[in-house]
Every structure is written in C-alpha cells, then in structure tokens.
Design a binder for this molecule. Structure first.
Ligand code: ADP
Length: 554
C-alpha cells in the first residue's frame, strides 16, 4: 500500500511544503484571474510561472491540469475536508485508509472519524474543525494512529492547513504512512534499550570502537578507567586506556582483528595500571563494521594466581626439604642397622658358642634349674643370632647393591627352584609357571624375591596338596609378577603388616622364620622401582604381586 517507503521524513516534508506552496500559488493566480479578467498584467504572473507566454485561460487550464495530475499521482495522501466531508481525496489517501475513493466521497459529515484511533480522535477533530472554520491558530503537523477498513493500525504523520476551497475555508490534509518507519524505530529503540540494559547489568566494561575511536561504552567502562564519558567519547580511547608499553601490541591486535581473549594492561586516568582481559566481537553498528570489546579487570584473579604460584613453590621447596631430610635419616638408619648387626655378630658369636659349651659340659652336673637356665640362654643366643643375621641381610639390600643388569627372569627362577629342590620335593608342591620376561635389575636380589615367595608358599601351606602358580603380565609400562598358592591365606587386616620387618602372624614355634622375608622383598622391589602387595582369602590361598618396570626398548 505504501508506494514509497524509502523516502525519509525530511524528503516527504519538503515535498509536502512544495505542494502547499504550489497550491498557494495556484490559488493566488486564480484570484488574480477572477479579479482582473480584462487587463492582463505581465508582471502579475502566477506564483510559479509555467505559462511559457501563453494566455490566461490556457495558463489556468494547464495549471489546474497540473495540479490535478500532481495530487492524483502524489505518493502522499492528499484530501480536502469541508463541512466534515471529503471534497477531494486522492488515491494515496484511499490506499492508506483501505477504502476506495468512491466510498470515501460518500462518507457523511465527520464519518471519517471512524478511521481515527479513539485516543487521537479529540485532537484531530478539534484541529480539523479549526481549519475548516478558517481559524488562524492551529497545529499543522502531528502524528496519529489510523484504523483501516480491515481494522489494521497504521501510524500516520500528517501536515494540514487551511485553504480556500470554492471560496470557503477547508482543511487541506497531506499524510504519509509511517508505520514501517515506526516499526524500525521501535525495533531500534528496543535494541538500544537492550544494549543499555545488558551493558549496565554487565559486570565487565563494554565498549564499541571503530579503529580505536570510542563510539559507545557502558558506565562500567568509565568507572573502570576513571574518566568522564565526554573525556573519551569520539577519541582514541583505546590508546588512552592502555599502559604505554603495551600500546604497540594493542595497535597490532586491533589491526590484526584479534578477538581474544587476551590479556593486556589497563591505564586509569590517574596513572594506575592494572591487568585486564579483553574479548572482542566484530559487530555492525549503524551500518558500519565496528568492534565491540568486553574488558574485565583481572587484578583479583592475577593476585590469586600469584598467591597460588607462591604457595605451590613453597610447597615444592618444603617437599624437597623433607625428601632430602628423609633420605638422610633413612641412610643413617640403614647405616646404623648395618653397623649394629655387623658389629654385634662377633660378641654374639662368643655368647652363643660359650653358652653352647656350658650346656655341653655341665648338662646334668648341676641342678635341674641350672640345666633349664642354660637351655634358655642357648635358645636366646641362637635366636638373637638369627635376628642379627636377618637384619644384616635386610640392610644389605641397600648397602650391597650391584649395578642393574639385563636379567632373564626364567633363568633366575630355574636356579631358585633348583636351590629349593629339597623343600619342594618334601612338601610335594606342584609348581606351574608361565614364561617370565627379561627385566633390568640385580639378579641376586630378584632371585631372593622369588625364593622368599616360594619358601613362604611352602611354609604356609594348608592340608591340601600345594599348588604354586608363577606368572607375569604386562600392564601399561610395568610387568606384574604374581605368585599364587592355595595355602592357609591371610586376613585382609594383615595385608600391610606382613611386609613390616620382623612381623609374623603365626606363633614362632609352628614355622621357622623371623618375619624378615617379605620386608626384604618389599625393599628389593622398591629398589627396582616397583610395588608389592598381597591379595588373599584365609583358607583358600594367597597371591603375592609385585611390579618391575618394563624394559625401555620393549
Ligand atoms: P616369615 O616367613 O619369616 O614369617 P615373612 O616376612 O616372609 O616372614 O612373612 C611374614 C608373615 O606373612 C608370615 O609370618 C606369614 O604369617 C605371612 N605369610 C607370608 N607368606 C605367606 C603365604 N604364602 N601364605 C600365608 N601367609 C603368608
């Protein structure tokens, strides 16, 4: 319906003013023509001289024709109201209202009120009356709402004035449909409002800039940098609000169209510098491609990061200190255990051999108590010797380390089984073995693990015929060795304890041993960079697992 939506309001108003002037000119020339038919005066031409030297009848006829063509084809709705009825109405007015020209012409006095929105009616009727009665004071230009024949609401901008029509005053109205423009304005206003609301609620500073020149910003932005809006708007704000040392970097980032997030250093008006994080989006703003940036003050985050880093460094120092301390005290302890066990051996040997000598020579020659005391002394001395020997063996795991070699575990197991042949045969144990890998290690020590685990399986067998299964699986980068038996098993609450030096679960009289075997195994495994643990069910058997790192080139 609207024939031209592209014209701006200004253009339309100019067009309307032009039309009005032209009508006034025509009126004028008509009056003059009526008053002075006989004496043509060349100096009193119509307002617009379009005569081209023609006579007055011709001029008037042409002028009226031109006026008619102009009005009828105008894109502006034009009508003349007199005594409440439409004396003239053009197609554009009819189109805007949704009625035909014929329908409009038949409207009874003031029936046109039906196309005016009730809220706007009082003003329009009042103003229309003023013009129809020729009052001098009236409002010429206003916006109002029109309701079309089909009930649609349209926004209208009209310009009206009093003219003489047939000698009497009439309301000459020109109007345009500005509904689309209103809609666009509304949408624009909404998006503006949305921007304002959003950016006001935002916790970050939001700026829109074009190559560094500030076009828009929210309050947070000015607050963050300590400026008044007018100090930055339209200026190279980006340059003003970053630390001098970072300006070149920022220029490059902007030129490269970097979107971030990247960190930079903000500069407040008072010269304070503070860390910021910037995220950028390319947006269209008033038809131009500009950049919208969200700026966040990351002072707190930076401080937290710094504190965390300091704390981490401190912790690392602490751990390093403790580890060195521990290593030193471990070394001291090992040294002590070695020296003690080694140096105790000699006097102990003397005690043992002399108590044995006493027993041999004086048994039955003194009284019964003396025999018993001597027997206790012999037993104690022997036990102490065993303990000292075990302790020495334990401390030798670290003091007598040889360089690691490539060990074929199968071969090591062969020789261990060979050494234990007697015990294995006596116990009737059946040993099943899967192929074992080659690893880097100390062959004697690895052999000792195998030996201790097999000996334990034999020692702690049940009444069932003993079966031992030895195998190794590769898991990630480690070999997991397993020694499975169907012996008496271990309670789960003892899983840790059995690996501690001199810890035994059984009464010492039932099975030989001091409780050093698994402690030695643990120490050896740890020397080789592995772990050892047990899984067991009392009455069903146990599986001892330990790991040794896989060979590098495997
Ligand atoms: P020892 O054999 O001298 O007692 P170990 O350190 O080798 O010392 O073993 C500690 C304890 O762990 C043993 O006394 C025993 O109670 C338990 N144990 C070790 N191996 C087994 C096994 N295969 N089955 C059941 N119990 C075991």
């Amino acid at each position: 319906m609207m024939k031209d939506v592209s014209k701006t309001k200004k253009q339309l108003l100019e067009e309307l003013t032009g039309l009005k002037e032209r009508i006034a000119g025509l009126e004028e020339s008509l009056k003059k023509y009526k008053n002075d038919k006989s004496t043509p005066n060349q100096s009193e031409k119509p307002f617009y001289d379009i005569t081209g030297g023609k006579n007055r009848e011709e001029v008037l006829g042409e002028s009226e024709e031109m006026f008619r063509v102009l009005m009828e084809n105008s894109l502006v709705g034009i009508h003349i109201i007199q005594d409440g009825v439409f004396r003239y109405v053009n197609q554009a007015t009819a189109d805007i209202c949704g009625f035909s020209i014929e329908e409009i012409k038949k409207w009874r006095p003031n029936e046109f009120a039906k196309v005016i929105h009730p809220d706007d009616l009082p003003l329009i009727m009042q103003q229309a009356n003023k013009k129809q009665t020729g009052e001098k004071e009236f409002i010429a230009n206003y916006g109002w709402r029109l309701i079309t024949k089909s009930g649609d609401l349209k926004w209208i901008e009209s310009y009206s004035t009093t003219i003489l029509f047939g000698g009497d005053p009439a309301d000459f109205v020109m109007m345009i449909d500005i509904t689309n423009r209103k809609k666009v304005e509304e949408a624009l206003r909404e998006s503006e409002e949305r921007f304002r609301n959003l950016s006001a609620a935002a916790f970050e500073a939001i700026v829109i800039h074009e190559r560094g020149i500030l076009i828009r910003a929210n309050d947070q932005y000015f607050k963050m940098f300590g400026y008044e809006p007018e100090e930055l708007m339209g200026k190279q704000a980006v340059i003003l609000t970053v630390a001098p040392e970072i300006i070149e970097f920022m220029k490059k980032e902007i030129a490269a169209g970097a979107l971030g997030p990247y960190e930079s250093i903000g500069l407040k008006k008072d010269g304070t510098k503070f860390p910021i994080e910037i995220r950028v989006r390319e947006i269209k703003y008033e038809g131009r491609k500009v950049r919208a940036a969200a700026i966040m003050d990351i002072t707190e985050r930076k401080e937290a990061e710094k504190a965390l880093q300091e704390y981490r460094d401190h912790l690392e120092d602490l751990v390093r200190e403790r580890t060195t301390e521990l290593a030193r005290s471990n070394a001291d302890l090992e040294q002590f255990a070695y020296v003690a066990s080694h140096d105790l051996q000699e006097p102990l040997r003397m005690v043992a051999s002399f108590t044995q000598l006493l027993a041999k020579r004086y048994r039955g020659k003194l009284d019964a108590d003396a025999d018993e005391f001597i027997a206790f002394a012999v037993d104690g001395a022997n036990r102490m010797q065993r303990l000292i020997n075990d302790l020495l063996a334990y401390s030798r795991v670290t003091t007598r380390k040889s360089p690691f070699l490539l060990i074929e575990c199968d071969k090591v197991l062969d020789s261990v089984i060979n050494n234990l042949k007697l015990a294995i045969d006596e116990s009737g144990a059946i040993i099943a073995r899967d192929p074992l890998p080659a690893v880097m290690g100390d062959p004697l020590q690895v052999g000792q693990i195998f030996q201790n685990l097999i000996t334990n399986a034999i020692k702690f067998r049940s009444d069932e015929p003993l079966k031992i299964h030895i195998s190794a699986d590769l898991k990630n980068t480690e070999w997991v060795f397993s020694f499975r038996d169907n012996g008496i098993g271990i309670d789960s609450d003892q899983y840790e304890r059995i690996f501690v030096i001199f810890q035994r679960l059984l009464d010492k009289k039932e099975t030989p041993g001091t409780g050093i075997g698994l402690a030695i195994c643990k120490k050896i495994v740890e020397n080789h960079g592995g772990r050892i643990w047990v899984e067991s069910r009392p009455g069903e058997g146990s599986v001892f697992y330990f790991t040794i790192p896989q060979l590098k080139e495997e």
